[in-house]
Design a protein around this ligand. Structure first.
Ligand SMILES: Cc1cc2nc3c(=O)[nH]c(=O)nc-3n(C[C@H](O)[C@H](O)[C@H](O)COP(=O)(O)OP(=O)(O)OC[C@H]3O[C@@H](n4cnc5c(N)ncnc54)[C@H](O)[C@@H]3O)c2cc1C
Length: 384
């Protein structure tokens, strides 16, 4: 029966990394640690386990240089194959924004923290809508001591209690969007937990900032006014990783269904496998592989444009559709709340919002495809 590495192996000729042995080692460690998983029933125990897992796997790192992003995408696929809650089993995650844009001392500090398994959250979404980051109202005012005081309220923030720091998007005193690093134990930071319908591995909810002090000299990412650009460039690289994880989850469901059908056949529980099941398996296999190739391409490319945005929306949609198509093939047993297929379904549904809501992503990809096209043509034809 298939393994997660078999899926990647099939795509290997199209991948541009030569670190197969390191992916095999990661896969072996993931397999060895899986039996210690307490399962999702107790969220606090699960979250503690996920943090321990991340620390245990901290030695598995993407290689430096151009192979790195595709290695990380492959690592995400292997993690997602087991459970989407393992999406930060490895990697720098949102901490990458700090490594890329923080002043040297802060970047060095976070390089060590992340290498030891530390976790960084992102706080961008507000009540008016996460798809409109340019309209955020969280704002920093300068204090007499030169530090900023940040006031505002962020919502739907993941890693709410697990993150050691958050990259918070705020208006700077000039009204531009800035990205700042806020330590998780900062005075004035309060949390309000919300029970999610999926992706419950990390805690989730509202993050309130009441006069939270930040020194822009040490904790501002990039140059003043660069917050929106940092957000865009980060998600251009982050979304393909999320997508690979989602498609790994769908591949995991595909293999579970295959294994169940094979067992039922072997035990004569099924006299034969019907055509509809074979068609569903074939369609799912093809769709998962095609979307995974696009995710790997987007990971390698790393630039803004249609591949990371439409690729994320399309890849997660493909994963959702594959699981919806496959789940009925094993019957009601897969509909139990505790069943991995039921969990994969609700986790994937959550990913249609998290890290970019899908209609917005398709729209933004469509817009980028029309860049350079004169306005009248966009509206349906040349003006007469
Ligand atoms: C599990 C999960 C984890 C998350 N983790 C984080 C996190 O760690 N940090 C964080 O900051 N956020 C996080 N989010 C929030 C996520 O990024 C947002 O849900 C997403 O950006 C969409 O924002 P929204 O939910 O406010 O919806 P909205 O932005 O309000 O969008 C809802 C709908 O309104 C549409 N819309 C927008 N503008 C218009 C318009 N002018 N006219 C008509 N329709 C419009 C959108 O296209 C969409 O269909 C998470 C969400 C989930 C579900």
């Amino acid at each position: 029966m298939n393994t997660p590495l078999d899926w990647l192996d099939a795509l290997r000729p199209s991948l541009h990394h030569r670190r197969w042995s390191s992916l095999k080692a990661l896969d072996a460690d993931l397999a060895a640690l899986a039996p210690t998983d307490p399962g999702p029933a107790d969220p606090a125990a699960r979250s503690a386990w996920l943090l321990r897992l991340r620390r245990r796997l901290a030695g598995h790192r993407a290689p430096d240089g151009p192979e790195g992003p595709q290695w990380q995408a492959a690592a995400q696929f292997l993690a997602g194959y087991r459970d989407l809650d393992l999406r930060e089993a490895t990697g720098t995650g949102h901490g990458q924004m700090i490594l890329d844009h923080a002043p040297p001392d802060l970047a060095a500090y976070w390089r060590d923290r992340l290498a030891a398994g530390g976790l960084v959250g992102i706080a961008a979404t507000e009540a008016h809508g996460g798809s409109r980051i340019r309209e955020i109202t969280t704002a920093a005012v300068p204090g007499a001591d030169g530090r900023w005081r940040i006031n505002g309220s962020k919502r739907w923030v993941s890693r709410l209690t697990e993150a050691e720091a958050f990259v918070v998007f705020t208006r700077d005193p000039d009204g531009s969007i800035a990205a700042v690093v806020v330590d998780a134990d900062s005075r004035g930071l309060t949390r309000q937990m919300v029970d999610p319908a999926g992706l419950g591995g990390w805690s989730w909810g509202l993050l309130h900032l009441d006069r939270v002090a930040v020194d822009p000299g040490t904790h501002l990412l990039g140059r003043p006014g660069k917050g929106a650009a940092i957000f865009r460039s980060h998600f251009a690289r982050f979304r393909p990783l999320v997508t690979a994880c989602a498609l790994g989850a769908a591949a995991g469901v595909c293999d579970r269904v295959r294994a169940t059908l094979a067992t039922r056949l072997a035990t004569s529980d099924l006299p034969r496998v019907r055509d509809n099941a074979m068609i569903a398996l074939g369609q799912s296999w093809a769709a998962i592989n095609a979307a995974t190739l696009l995710a790997f391409h987007a990971a390698r490319d790393g630039t803004a444009g249609a591949a990371p945005t439409a690729g994320k929306a399309h890849g997660v949609d493909v994963a959702v559709q594959a699981v919806d198509r496959l789940a009925p093939l094993i019957g009601a047993v897969g509909f139990q709340r505790s069943h991995p297929i039921a969990k994969a379904r609700s986790d994937l549904a959550a990913l249609q919002y998290a890290d970019g809501i899908h209609d917005s992503l398709y729209r933004s990809a469509g817009k980028s495809l029309l860049d350079g096209v004169p306005e009248p043509v966009r509206d349906g034809g040349p003006a007469r």
